[in-house]
Design a protein around this ligand. Structure first.
Ligand code: ZN
Length: 442
């Protein structure tokens, strides 16, 4: 996934946390190191070695709500289930939720996650991300306004920004440099004008990413227009929120004018086709984003609205939706893989370090077996087609982040999947009980 689009057959050598050599450059280095060099070898014959997937939009705090929020409208889903459930998190349930999400993501080849938390327990999210070994951009959801929000969830803008800055002081570049703290105002209906203004100012001053939702659903769009008089994009533009540090999830309902605004600001978007279909939000037009020159990535969104956290599923959906919209000139399979790798890294401003396999870059790597019946007979001949239209996440055999193996042929190195699933059941049931007792679920 480098700029030249090279595909090499051969070895890849990792030293510490970086890629040291690829292809024909590997053998001379091994020779220099001599026969006594301590090497760990991973057999990737019949497999594709690719950059670890960059997951562009996630809520790890919602993994415990999978299957417990089945509305088909964004605002009802948020008000009837998601906010009441998020409000009942304890540190233990939050850790269980993050671990469960990461258990699935890591086994599916994901090495970088752009996460939006809830308003509490962000330190637990950070510690769990560090322990599980992944790379992440994350931050607490900022909310200081809105209808149908449970007590205790809305807090004054200044207090929330101070919390985020305290998290940033503690965790930015933590986990050997893998963690980045972002500003995560939830969406227009959850945030006052003053909060957007402050978020924009802090982002400018400190270079922090702004991660939010934009133009996701028709009901939300109508409510935004009713609340602030204009669509999301001109509103963000007016308040200085759009810049090269802006990452907006969904963008389903952006019109041509709004895409022009996004492009001129060099703002990025993240396509979440599975979530958009499950919440009946619509189909984003990624080809139009790309035509405008907007940087864009791919995500599944959280487990409460998808319900899979599976890059392969999202790549297949992204390709399918694009073909239906642009049957005469569809995106290539390589373009779709790019959304989940190099373009996703560009959307998060991390392409200098990750998103492609190049010497000197971070060793964030996924290995995908394409010698399976699902990908035969031409899996190795056309790797992009195999990844987008054939393979699935159970074909991932190795996931490495910053040179550390997180997953190797069914063996999770930073967690025990059976314990994670058992813990998620226990904590999920207790959380539902608390929510019922609070009387906030609808
Ligand atoms: Zn989301």
């Amino acid at each position: 996934m480098d700029a030249a689009g090279r595909i090499e057959q051969g070895d890849l050598l990792v030293l510490d946390d970086r890629i040291l050599a690829i292809g024909s450059d590997v053998a001379p280095i091994l020779e220099r190191l001599g026969p006594d060099a301590e090497l760990r070898r991973f057999d990737a014959r019949g497999a594709l070695v690719l950059p670890g997937f960059v997951h562009g939009h996630m809520h790890l705090c919602q993994t415990l709500f999978r299957g417990a929020a089945e509305q088909s409208d964004l605002l009802l889903w948020l008000r009837e289930r998601i906010w009441p459930l998020e409000m009942q998190h304890t540190p233990d349930s939050m850790a269980a939720s993050v671990r469960l999400g990461l258990c699935e993501l890591i086994a599916g080849g994901v090495t970088t996650i752009n996460d939006m938390g809830t308003v509490h327990h962000t330190d637990v999210v950070a510690e769990t991300l560090i322990d599980m070994g992944v790379r992440a951009v994350f931050g607490p959801a900022l909310m200081d306004a809105g209808e149908g929000v449970p007590d205790g969830m809305l807090r004054p803008a200044r207090a929330q920004l101070d919390d985020t800055l305290a998290i940033a002081r503690r965790y930015d570049r933590a986990g050997d440099g893998r963690l980045h703290v972002s500003l995560a105002p939830r969406f227009i209906l959850s945030c006052s004008e003053g909060l957007w203004h402050d978020v924009a100012a802090v982002s400018r001053e400190r270079g922090m990413l702004i991660h939010t939702h934009i133009a996701e659903a028709p009901t939300e769009g109508a409510a935004v227009k009713g609340a602030v008089g204009v669509h999301a994009t001109p509103y963000f533009e007016k308040h200085g929120v759009l810049s090269e540090r802006f990452v907006g999830a969904h963008g389903v309902w952006l019109d041509e004018e709004e895409m022009g605004i996004m492009a001129r600001a060099d703002a990025a978007l993240v396509h979440c086709p599975g979530s958009n279909m499950k919440l009946a939000s619509g189909w984003a037009d990624v080809a139009a984003w790309k035509r405008h020159g907007i940087r864009c990535g791919l995500g599944s969104d959280g487990a409460a609205c998808n319900n899979r956290l599976d890059t392969f599923t999202e790549m297949g959906l992204a390709a399918g939706i694009n073909r239906v919209k642009h049957r005469d000139d569809p995106m290539s399979a390589r373009d779709v893989v790019a959304l989940a790798t190099c373009d996703g890294a560009r959307a998060l401003g991390l392409f200098r370090e990750i998103g492609s396999l190049e010497c000197g870059k971070q060793a964030d790597i996924a290995v995908v077996d394409v010698s399976t019946p699902r990908c035969a007979p031409f899996g190795l001949d056309d790797p992009y087609t195999a990844l987008v239209h054939g393979a699935n996440s159970s074909d991932v055999t190795l996931t490495m982040c910053a040179g550390k193996v997180l997953y190797d042929w069914g063996d999770w190195k930073t967690m025990d999947p059976l314990a994670v699933v058992a813990e998620s059941r226990r904590e999920g049931l207790a959380l539902l009980d608390r929510a019922r007792a609070a009387g906030t679920l609808r």
